[in-house]
Each structure stands twice: as C-alpha cells, then as structure tokens.
Write a protein that binds this ligand. Structure first.
Ligand code: PEP
Length: 249
C-alpha cells in the first residue's frame, strides 16, 4: 500500500509569529490518521518548526537546497546544514525554482544526488507549461523531466523519492487539472517507472498532484487511483483549509 502524503509548500510567506501560529493551529487538529503531513516553511523558520513539531506527527521539509556540499556560495544552504537541524526532506525542482532561478535538469541531478548522499528524502516536482499541453507535448515534457534527473538513480534510492506532478498552468492560477487529467498523467508516470525499473518499485512510489488544490476539489482529485496525495501551495497557508485537504484523502 502506497503512503498517502499531503505536503504544504509555504513558499516566501509567513514571518516568525505567523509560522508559530500556523503550526499551532495545525497541531490543534485531530490526528491525521495514516496520511503523512509535511510542511515546508522558509529556511529561517525551519529550526523553530522542527522544535514545535517534535511532539506530533507533522514533518518539516525544506523548500530547496544547494547542489554543492559546502563552499563559497554566498546565501546558499547545504544539505548538511539542513540535516544538522533535523530536516530529513527537501522539495526540489519546483516550477518557481526552474522559472525564476534557472534550475535545469543538470542542476537538479546534482541536487538530488547531494540530498540522497545526506540521507534526505526528496519531493521532486515537475510538470508541463500550458503551451506543452496545448501542443499535446505534455507527456514528452514530463518524461524528459523525470528520466533526465531520476533514471540515473538505482532502485534503492527510490525509497527516498516522492514525485509531485505540478502542471505549471495550474500553480497559483486557480485552474486545476481535472481529476481525469491528473490520473492520466500519474498513470503515465507510473508506467514510465515500471518500464525503467519494475512493477514493484512503480507501485511503491507516491505520486502527489499539485496545482490549485483546495478544500472543494481535493477529494475528487485524491480519489483517483494513482494520485497519492497533494503538494499544496496557497491553501496550505490556512490551517482550516489545509486540514480539510488532508482529511479529504
Ligand atoms: C505549488 O506551488 O506547489 C502549488 C501547488 O501551489 P498552489 O496550490 O497555490 O497552486
């Protein structure tokens, strides 16, 4: 049985007080059952988030990290810095990192390798642009994004990979992929993994959907066979909305 996961990417939102308040509000909810709940506050609030969640089931992830282990990279954060404060998970390849910070397959391959070297788990994001979908190129784009970065990994590494399909046209736009579009792409991804590795591995990998998931549409999207949860942006900033989304699984 695949692990169900709901992860909240807080992006560049919430100051220290807001971070504390949101975590406290999430902690006041009932148990989340078997669903893994992950939050990704900004770098500067990670240590306090770890401290605030060490007595509950909520996990804390970083939103990014640098591809090098250490060195002269002013302003950057390394995986050993993250693991030294108790961070075991990192989001890599988010479309905003690709679009605004020039991250490409080469950078992401190095980041994934460096994260795995530090025993970290990776939430690997990918997804097509609107033009790709309009020109019916979306499957090829997604195939390249996954195979160029992840198919050099050995099978054992995949126990620390979570996939997040996030069509760029659906992120922060209010436009959501239909449950059928999400299922179609997730099944395509699982087949790719099966062809490259094997059925057992493909069946084990959690594939999250991200892109304007809200309390009103989560249940329908999560009900699809190959959708194992969500990566949530805007709606993760509101405790009630995020909780409703988690409980939609
Ligand atoms: C995201 O940025 O990963 C995301 C899914 O954002 P939103 O839910 O706001 O579309």
């Amino acid at each position: 049985m695949r692990t169900k996961i709901v992860a909240g990417n807080w992006k560049m939102n919430n100051d220290q007080n807001e971070t504390n308040a949101l975590i406290k509000a999430l902690k006041s909810q009932d148990s989340f059952g078997n669903t893994r709940v992950i939050i990704a506050p900004s770098y500067v609030h990670l240590a306090q988030a770890v401290a605030l969640t060490n007595d509950c089931e909520i996990e804390v992830s970083a939103q990014n990290m640098h591809e090098a282990k250490s060195g002269a990279f002013t302003g950057e954060i390394s995986p050993s810095m993250l693991s030294s404060i108790g961070i075991r998970t990192v989001i890599l390849g988010h479309s905003e990192r690709r679009a605004y910070f020039g991250e490409n397959d080469d950078t992401l391959s190095k980041k994934v390798a460096n994260a795995l070297d530090h025993d970290m788990e990776v939430i690997f994001c990918f997804g097509e642009e609107l033009e790709d979908r309009k020109s019916a190129n979306h499957f090829e784009v997604v195939k390249a994004q996954i195979s160029n970065v992840l198919f050099q990994l050995n099978a054992a590494d995949w126990s620390r990979i979570i996939l997040a399909y996030e069509p760029v046209w659906a992120i922060g736009t209010g436009e959501t992929a239909s449950p059928e579009q999400a299922q179609e792409m997730h099944a395509f991804i699982r087949n790719l993994i099966q062809d490259q590795y094997d059925t057992a591995l493909a069946d084990e990998v959690s594939i999250l959907y991200g892109g304007s998931v809200k309390p009103g549409n989560a249940q329908e999207i999560f009900s699809k066979q190959d959708v194992d949860g969500g990566l949530i942006g805007g709606a993760a900033l509101n405790a009630a909305d995020f909780t409703t989304i988690i409980k939609s699984i």
